[in-house]
Ligand binder design. Structure first.
Ligand SMILES: NC(=O)CCC(=O)C(=O)O
Length: 288
């Protein structure tokens, strides 16, 4: 049987202190930290940036900072060149994407391969619309449009699923990617200081355990000068649910090794992937 992850790979999460109002600065800062990630640990094969890594995370700013996804876009160009120069798979966090035909704005992740080729995009499918009394109110849908598909990326080492932040609250998205053979779920995210302590780690571990895959969550660093206080705590969780590495709140790069044997051994011991009873939950199977 072929492995869902072809070899051990080192991954890096760049918990960037970007998201300032100065987009050029944010892009330059992201570039230099991705370069540092690979310079410090040259065996790194896959690097992840956070959600909205080069714009403020603010409903009234998404359109102003939006870009077309294509070789003419400045973020596209910078990320593509970076991936090619460093010979890495680069999960480019997310940016506000302007779709010129419809004039809609999406929250979109671009993924580039070692040749600098765009190998996939994910438009955030579940918009962050919440209202917690005395906690936090946020309504992405005021200015963003939701994506309408789940995303599985084929890279040199196998397949991985991509979701953006609030997407991680929806187990079906991860389950669907894993049923297509994904070895990991990768979530650029920006939880906050209200919901982060409640659910960030819990969801990372839950998505890992319920699918027996790695989960990679990459947050911006916390910036208390901005209106939105990101939680930080970027982390990698293994298929058993152990947190392999967890960042603090400031700017930081964290690394972990993903090992195909970890997936296989844990799945062999607890074979839930073979024991599912879609006959008794046909609504999950999509047949009802
Ligand atoms: N950027 C987001 O989607 C935030 C999601 C979040 O904080 C949550 O609690 O869910």
């Amino acid at each position: 049987m072929s492995k869902i992850l072809s070899q051990k790979i080192k991954v890096a999460l760049v918990q960037l202190a970007g998201s300032t109002p100065d987009k050029a600065y944010n892009l330059q800062r992201a570039t230099s930290l991705v370069e540092k990630a690979v310079r410090d640990q040259p065996e790194t094969k896959l690097v992840v940036l956070p959600e909205c890594f080069n714009s403020p995370y603010a409903v009234d700013k998404f359109r102003q900072y939006s870009e077309v996804i294509g070789p003419e876009g400045e973020s596209y160009k910078a990320l593509s060149q970076l991936a090619q120069k460093l010979k890495i798979v680069l999960v480019g966090g997310s940016i506000p994407e302007l779709e010129p035909k419809t004039n809609n704005v999406y929250n979109t992740c671009m993924v580039f391969n070692e040749q600098g080729k765009l190998i996939g995009t994910h438009r955030k499918a579940h918009l962050f619309d919440i209202d917690i009394p005395n906690g936090i109110t946020f309504k992405e849908s005021d200015t963003l449009t939701a994506g309408d598909k789940s995303t599985v990326i084929q890279c040199e080492y196998g397949k991985f699923g991509v979701g953006i932040c609030y997407d991680m609250r929806f187990p079906e998205l991860a389950m669907q990617a894993v049923r297509q053979g994904a070895f990991a779920m990768v979530y650029p995210g920006a939880f906050n200081t209200v919901t982060g302590p409640l659910h960030w780690k819990l969801l990372a571990r839950a998505r890992a355990v319920d699918n027996q895959v790695y989960t990679l969550l990459c947050s911006p660093a916390r910036n208390t000068d901005s209106n939105y206080h990101a939680y930080g705590h970027s982390m990698v969780v293994n298929p058993r649910g152990d947190v392999l590495v967890e960042a603090g709140e400031g700017e930081e790069i964290v690394y972990a090794e993903l090992d195909p044997a970890e997936i296989e051994q844990f799945r062999a011991g607890v074979p839930i992937t073979k024991q599912r009873r879609f006959d008794i939950y046909p609504d999950v199977n999509g047949t009802k």
